[in-house]
Design a protein around this ligand. Structure first.
Ligand code: HSE
Length: 319
């Protein structure tokens, strides 16, 4: 780390930020709905340094899998975008603490991007609003999983977000009803987003268009009315994406049946997978169904972890 800080005391020497995990799609809302969840996320610390540009000096929690190359790291790409906007004269070094598993369907790359952008913005005096950090995060996401904002939107804003495009005016925070409990079960299976998108159908029959539209409409009405039965049933009514992807997750059908048998109301693929998002009416049932689904994978020789969660109403923040 550089000791000399060339900023004339105008900005702090370092800033740290956390961004939450996110569950994209919420079932039928492919690429347009996403939700931040409690308990896990990524943390990025940004330091001022003498060397121009943005560099990554340390990554922990990634099992050595991520590159220190700042052009291939979403935290660094987002940080560099923000630096260029605010103080292109300054140099920034990043330390990244990965709390999220990679390629897991929990918005790992988006969390790193959001934390990198928020830490850099904080380091440079917070001139940008949370929404104004969206382009930086999307630039980062585009390098790994495509330019869609259903993970970075909720990672930045928290809560449940409707995403209708890739500009800040296309993010719409939705109501978050009480009583939503989740278990997030992550089997030790790699499902790269690109692969999970490649298996999707290029065209869908008219009847499926109608059922998918109905499911999204029910889901939205459920959020606005607080009708949890309607909401959760709608989350389970994805007739296009999940059927095309479920073969990428071994024992998916047994896992879902087990979750439902243990009192869960729905078991959907989180983002591109392989994490399963189990929706339950109580924290206790989320815990029990999460443990039971973990055991489905473990009993078939596949390591798995589960975490109970709720909607994280707060998005990425500096501290
Ligand atoms: N909406 C995206 C997908 C999320 O399901 O492919 C993963 O980036």
């Amino acid at each position: 780390m550089s000791q000399h800080v060339p900023n004339n005391g105008l900005v702090p020497a370092s800033a740290r930020a956390f961004a939450p995990a996110t569950v994209a799609n919420l079932g039928p809302g492919f690429d347009i709905l996403g939700m931040a969840v409690t308990g896990i996320g990524d943390t990025v610390t940004a330091h001022l340094c003498d060397k121009p540009g943005t560099s990554v000096v340390k990554i922990t929690g990634d099992g050595g899998k991520l590159s220190l190359d700042a052009t291939r790291n979403t935290a660094a790409i987002a940080a560099e975008f923000v630096r260029q906007q605010i103080r292109p004269d300054l140099g920034i070094e990043l330390e990244i603490e990965k709390g999220l598993p990679l390629a897991s369907g929990l918005g790992s790359s988006a969390a790193s991007a959001a934390a990198g952008a928020v830490a850099t913005n904080a380091l440079l005096g917070n001139p940008l609003s949370q929404l104004e950090l969206l382009p930086a995060c999307l630039e980062a996401e585009a390098t790994v999983s495509g330019r869609h904002a259903d993970n970075v939107g909720p990672a930045l804003l928290g809560g449940i977000v409707l995403v209708t495009g890739i500009t800040p005016d296309c993010l719409f925070p939705l109501p978050v009803p009480d009583g939503l409990h989740f278990a997030l079960v992550t089997p030790d299976v790699a499902v790269p987003t690109a692969q999970a998108r490649a298996v999707l159908p290029k065209e869908v029959p008219f009847s499926k268009m109608v059922s998918q539209t109905r499911a999204v409409a029910e889901l939205m009405y459920g959020l606005y009315s607080g009708n949890l039965d309607l909401l959760v049933n709608a989350m389970a009514e994805d007739s296009i994406i999940e059927p095309a992807r479920q073969h990428l997750i071994p024992h998916f059908a047994m896992a879902r049946d087990t979750a439902l048998a243990y009192g869960a109301k729905a078991c959907i693929i989180s983002g591109a997978g392989p994490t399963l998002c189990i929706v339950a009416p109580t924290a206790d049932l989320a815990e029990k169904s999460g443990a039971a689904v973990q055991e489905v994978f473990v009993s078939h020789g596949i390591g798995a972890i589960y975490r109970v969660a709720q909607v994280a109403t707060r998005g990425a923040y500096s501290f």
